[in-house]
Design a protein around this ligand. Structure first.
Ligand code: FAD
Ligand code: NAP
Length: 336
């Protein structure tokens, strides 16, 4: 086990925050994780994947465990399904590309999401009408306290809208080491969401395929979202809020254009980006911290913003949305 000291985390988080880790350990196997957990330095541990859903507001006075477990394996298949197991340190989009290439369907709408496969169950990543839970089979994770490996099936993970037990009940208790996906050999296409159909038309796609959908999603995302290698960001900073029918009717009576979608249990999901825009934040910049000009849900670091500046801006946005609409925005990004 190689321990690095006083490591800058700037290149390890897509916000580009310049926090320092007192200690930094790369783990490429379950055994190396167990070795680290048995070592005296193991207290105050932060697990890091691709760093695309985290905002550092301070240094890490402990150990950053960089999960680098690799491997993509087809473990079994029948006429309908194939199961693919990945090491937690595999890049998410590379896995999607591999599956699309093999003709394994289900992940195509989740193309170009940054980060690693190990973090994908943590917030049940989702985009364009598909969530990780739709293709999830199981995962393996090391319990930090017990130093033992556990298997979780979907029913154990408490998947919800950008939620799982790993963000709530088991927060910071497990290190995910592998994730297994169950993908279809005969695709079921999801094109009803957002601008996918328009993009497929623009691409003049004659025969729908998972490859075409993946490309459409890649095109849309590339045209709309800031590339973290150019402008630091962690994607959507807030979740889309879900309100009950009564509150929805109240908001719509004052704001008939409110962007909303029906949600389970007769509730309504409001587009957080629209709420933020209505409060005048889209394109706002203070120093190097800002609210992206094309997508108000994305807070950005134009260069040398500090984590605390992004956090303060986020707090102001939350307060103004609450004042105007009476809706409480929740943060999606993990603030450290
Ligand atoms: P990290 O940022 O490294 O970690 C996130 C959290 O998970 C941290 O709390 C970390 O401690 C913990 N963690 C990471 N790995 C493990 C592990 N192996 N075991 C235990 N805990 C772990 N998200 C979506 O859902 N949909 C999108 O469409 C989407 N688009 C995005 C677009 C952009 C431009 C960006 C920058 C982000 C986007 N995201 C999106 C957010 C982000 O990409 C996902 O949440 C992704 O799954 C995070 O993966 P990561 O490896 O970077 O996690
Ligand atoms: P968009 O297409 O402009 O749509 C705005 C919002 O409306 C989205 O947040 C989406 O909710 C919702 N929406 C659109 N069509 C919908 C439908 N048919 N049914 C229900 N809800 C619908 O959104 P965008 O910002 O460009 O993002 C496109 C997709 O990528 C979204 O699914 C979004 O979640 C995902 N994305 C996520 C992140 C992240 O960091 N989490 C970053 C970028 C993009 P949902 O968000 O609930 O899907």
């Amino acid at each position: 086990m190689q321990i690095e000291h006083q490591v800058s985390l700037r290149s390890f988080n897509t916000f580009g925050m310049d926090a320092t880790a007192s200690r930094f350990v790369r783990c490429g196997s379950v055994d190396s994780i167990l070795e680290l957990l048995h070592a005296p330095i193991a207290g105050n541990l932060l697990v890091l994947g691709g760093g695309s859903n985290i905002l550092f507001t301070r240094n890490v006075e402990g150990v950053v465990l960089k999960n680098e477990i690799r491997g993509i394996d087809i473990i079994d298949s029948d006429d309908e399904f194939v199961r693919v197991r990945t090491g937690a340190g595999e890049n998410w989009h590379q896995l999607v590309c591999f599956c699309v290439e093999q003709g394994f369907a289900g992940m195509e709408n989740l193309s170009l999401i940054p980060g690693n496969t190990g973090a994908s169950p943590i917030q049940n990543i989702g985009a364009y009408g598909v969530e990780l839970k739709d293709i999830f089979d199981s995962l393996e994770a090391v319990h930090i306290g017990e130093k033992s490996l556990h298997t979780f099936l979907a029913a154990d993970c408490g998947f919800g809208y950008r939620e799982s037990v790993f963000k709530s009940r088991y927060r910071n208790q497990f290190i995910i080491t592998s994730v297994t996906f169950r993908l279809r050999k005969n695709p079921v296409f999801h094109t009803e969401y957002g601008p996918i159909r328009q993009e497929l038309e623009r691409m003049a796609v004659k025969e729908l395929s998972i490859r075409a959908i993946a490309q459409a999603v890649i095109n849309i995302r590339s045209s709309k979202l800031p590339d973290p290698s150019v402008i630091g960001n962690a994607g959507s900073f807030f979740k889309n809020p879900v309100v009950d029918h009564q509150q929805f009717v109240q908001i719509r009576s004052s704001y008939p254009d409110v962007v909303s979608f029906p949600a389970p249990d007769e509730k309504f999901k409001l587009a957080a980006a629209w709420l933020i825009e209505q409060c005048g934040w889209r394109g706002y910049r203070r120093g190097d911290a800002g609210c992206h000009e094309k997508q108000a849900l994305v807070l950005v670091n134009y260069g040398n913003a500090r984590g605390a500046e992004i956090r303060d801006l986020a707090n102001e946005i939350v307060a103004s949305v609450f004042r105007k609409f009476g809706v409480q925005l929740e943060t999606e990004v993990n603030i450290y």
